[in-house]
Design a binder for this molecule. Sequence first.
Ligand code: ADP
Ligand code: MG
Length: 254
Amino acid sequence: MSAPIITLRNLTVAYDRHPAVHHISGTVERGSLTAIAGPNGAGKSTLLKAIMGELRPAEGAVEHTLARTDFGYLPQAADINRRFPMSVLDTVLLGAWRNSGAFGAVSREDRNRARLALQTVGLEGFEKRHIGALSAGQFQRVLFARLLLQDAKVILLDEPFTAIDARTTRDLIDIIHNWHSDGRTVIAVLHDFDQVRSHFPQTLLIAREMVSWGQTEEALSPANLLKARAMAERWDDNAEVCRPDTASTQRPAA
Ligand code: ADP
Ligand code: MG
């Protein structure tokens, strides 16, 4: 296949020196469509933020030759403030900052592209609406329009379909397929294994550590899924014994 666009070398990311994901190694190929799957608390969002450069590795490295502006990133919905008083069009136009600069003027061309992006996500006529007045699905369409405007080479999506209606999910999956056909690299955190199997050729399965990374069918084999679940149960046990008052009884990590 083609060249790696992102390489993880023995990557460990920690919060206050507690590793959230550790010792992950592998490559993302240019133009690939990769799902990141794993149990709750597996470190999926943490890994995405490390790839974005928002979190620094505690150990190892994320290697790529891209600029920060080459990345488009959609955080998990819970991390996005929707009460900010902004119109749909202005929210989409935030995707144009690469051209206009953080405080630069928005060009007429940017506005036209933003309107076109809103058409593409099925929100023609919504330009002046307040983002706080949209349904979860409509708001996610707006954020995809913003990504369209941004025109990034690598697109990172964190649980883009959680709490999103089926119709919107289908439309947004179409957009992901279009990005893939354009040769962009897409990495998405997903928890719906059927969605992963149907649409994502590559999968990285993690449970704090890497369980598997490769062709989706193999990466999500029953044996690998069992392994991920067993690892998740083990770290729940550890969480119990890691409280400061019981630190002396802490078991060594498996
Ligand atoms: P996932 O996205 O797979 O559910 P996360 O990457 O959000 O997992 O979290 C992995 C682990 O790191 C969890 O134990 C979580 O509690 C912890 N964690 C996540 N964010 C922070 C943070 N900002 N500070 C401290 N711990 C965090
Ligand atoms: Mg997450």
